[in-house]
Design a protein around this ligand. Structure first.
Ligand code: COA
Length: 214
């Protein structure tokens, strides 16, 4: 049902992070990330969670470095079914028609900088001599994926993330994007909801166990 959105989000997330090595194996998207703590990511819908778990449990990566993102309406139940994989957290796959996103200017005295590289938009917000907030959007044809939206703890609840999302969205629209997706953390979800984004599905994030069972 949400296979297509999941695939679009993976393409944009991978583009944002520079992860170019990915392929489809048994209805599971396999992203070779190659980072020490996250060597590989298996992305699938709940229907193919068992196949993703099998791939994770039989690959040659060190314990704790093979990760899974499973789109499921019931992350807790699926986490129970995937033992001995370790539950990490629940996130939410969210979407919006970009023209529907609420907009908000950067509050004074903060200043906003937009850097556009081919297919990537970066927004930085500076204030009080510090980099206070950042965000990125990757652009793929008419689709966009927001990623790494962060506000430094000392500058939170002042509307900076809202301003970052506004700048990313406006820039993406000028590059022809019409729709966007993102994976929201529990902290990020209220922000995106307040801007008009809607939840497509929860995402179960799990990984191979870091310690062996007693
Ligand atoms: C999530 C995060 C980016 C929000 O940054 P921020 O600059 O504080 O957000 P804003 O001030 O623009 O908040 C805009 C709206 O989002 C919502 N919101 C933001 N933080 C919230 C929180 N902790 N709890 C509830 N709602 C929150 C509110 O609706 C808020 O409006 P309000 O302050 O008028 O109520 C920031 O908390 C953060 O960096 N968290 C850690 C990294 C992270 O989880 N990023 C999201 C990845 S998906």
């Amino acid at each position: 049902m949400y296979d297509e959105v999941l695939t679009q989000w993976q393409r944009g997330w991978s583009a944002s992070r520079g992860w170019t090595d990915y392929q489809q194996v048994d209805d599971v998207i396999v992203v070779r990330i190659g980072e020490p703590q996250r060597r590989i990511e298996y992305i699938a819908t709940e229907m193919h969670a068992a196949a993703a778990a099998h791939l994770a449990l039989t690959d040659c990566n060190p314990p704790g470095t093979s990760w899974l993102t499973i789109a499921t309406g019931d992350p807790e139940r699926v986490a129970g079914e995937l033992v001995p994989l370790e539950f990490v957290r629940t996130e939410w796959l969210m979407s919006i028609a970009l023209s529907d996103q609420a907009s908000s200017p950067v509050p004074a005295p903060y200043k906003l900088e937009i850097i556009t590289a081919p297919s990537i938009v970066d927004v930085h917000v500076y204030g009080y001599g510090e980099l206070a907030a950042t965000g990125r959007m990757s652009l793929l044809h008419t689709g966009a994926v927001a990623d790494m939206i962060q506000t430094d703890p000392a500058h939170r609840r002042r509307g900076l993330a809202r301003a970052v999302m506004t700048a990313l969205t406006e820039t993406a629209i000028t590059h022809g994007a019409t729709r966007a997706h993102l994976a929201a953390s529990p902290e990020g979800r209220p922000l995106y909801e307040s801007l008009g984004w809607t939840t497509v599905t929860p995402l179960l994030v799990a990984r191979t166990a870091t310690t062996s069972a007693p």
